[in-house]
Design a protein around this ligand. Structure first.
Ligand code: C5P
Length: 343
């Protein structure tokens, strides 16, 4: 993944040097683990004694249909999500002091309300466990960005601790705990490509087929954070749909049929573009730079632009980077199969 980091006051400077050496070492051992096919959790984590490293991937929404507002205040959704190879790294160390501690590269995330810490705590409470855990979290996925970073961290903790602590939890138990933590958490228990319905907890995995014209996914994050709750709260009913877009894209992907990028849809996009001029401006810049299609991921503010050719994707990334945007050039990844390439 090619990254360009936005830093206020340091326009155009790269911020990817944090822990690069350590990360390279981790990557080397991680990839050597992938020489053999392994079970899902073993592919996803690298264990050594009571310390376990976990990768936790970001997602984009290819489609997001908002069907209706439910009586519990949530919205009924139909959304097609895909994990991409932008990831956070977690290091979980089991302790015997019965506490859950989190140490994050972003100090504002060092708290018991961090979704990763809440995931560990939920397991401890549900099974009355005595062991504790220290969670070291190296953030790369932008926060409150529509990329599911926090939800992905939580799912990674659930999977890793279930394996590390040999917990007697069925996949239904895990799904229940994941749903209680957040609407996107269930998707990240499996990742890859899936249709997610209900609040987001009804997951239908889709065949691992990925269109050529989306081989490269450029993510562009305007320098603002967006509250998902605020976006849903202000959504007019005129932006509700009947699920047509998600159904059509799921069917095309399953049948390995081509579809037009214009068939993708995000029901939250119109409202976000109207409310946040920074997002509308980023969209304009992407199109100006040569992207043929741009769409909001989740509740934003991150936009994604698909490309078939790496050279074109890199040119557009450079253009946006020079204008001070945080950008990530990624590809779709299916973390449950070998970690190299599946599409
Ligand atoms: O479930 P999660 O805590 O991630 O959701 C964040 C907010 O997004 C919720 O408080 C709710 O306002 C909104 N939301 C929704 N319908 C969904 C998912 C999220 O209204 N299906």
């Amino acid at each position: 993944m090619l990254t360009s980091g936005y830093q206020p006051g340091k326009k155009g400077q790269d911020n990817t040097t944090f822990g690069i050496k350590k990360q390279n070492e981790l990557d080397k051992s991680f990839f050597s683990m992938h020489n053999a096919r392994m079970s899902y959790a073993a592919q996803f984590t690298l264990s050594s004694g009571t310390t376990r490293f976990v990768r936790s991937y970001a997602k984009i929404n290819l489609t997001l249909d908002v069907l209706e507002r439910r009586i519990d205040g949530y919205h009924e959704l139909s959304t097609v999500m895909q994990t991409v190879d932008l990831y956070d790294t977690l290091c979980l160390t089991t302790t015997d002091d019965g506490s859950v501690r989190i140490i994050c590269t972003r100090p504002e995330l060092n708290g018991a309300d961090n979704l990763a810490a809440r995931a560990a705590q939920a397991l401890r409470e549900r099974l009355a466990l005595s062991q504790g855990v220290v969670i070291e979290l190296q953030k790369r996925i932008p926060m409150a960005a529509g990329l599911g970073g926090g939800s992905s961290n939580a799912a990674a903790v659930l999977l890793a601790l279930q394996q590390e602590w040999q917990l007697p939890l069925s996949s239904t138990d895990l799904l229940t705990i994941a749903t209680e933590l957040g609407s996107d958490v269930p998707f990240f228990l499996s990742g890859g490509l899936a249709l997610c319905e209900g609040r987001g907890e009804r997951i239908t995995p889709l065949a691992a087929h990925w269109p050529r014209n989306m081989r490269w996914l450029l993510l562009v994050k305007p320098a603002i954070s967006v509250s998902t709750a605020a976006v849903f709260r202000s959504l007019p009913t005129s932006d509700y749909t009947d699920g047509t877009h998600s159904r059509a894209i799921s069917a095309a992907l399953q049948a390995k049929k081509e579809f037009h990028l214009e068939d993708l849809h995000n029901g939250l996009e119109r409202g976000v573009l109207a409310r946040y001029p920074e997002v509308a401006q980023a969209r304009k810049e992407l199109l100006l730079a040569g992207a043929t299609f741009v769409q909001l991921s989740g509740s934003g503010p991150t936009l994604f632009a698909p490309f078939s050719e790496l050279v074109r994707a890199t040119q557009v990334q450079q253009y946006l980077h020079e204008r001070g945007y945080e950008t990530y050039l990624t590809r779709a990844i299916h973390p449950t199969v070998e970690n190299v390439s599946f599409y």
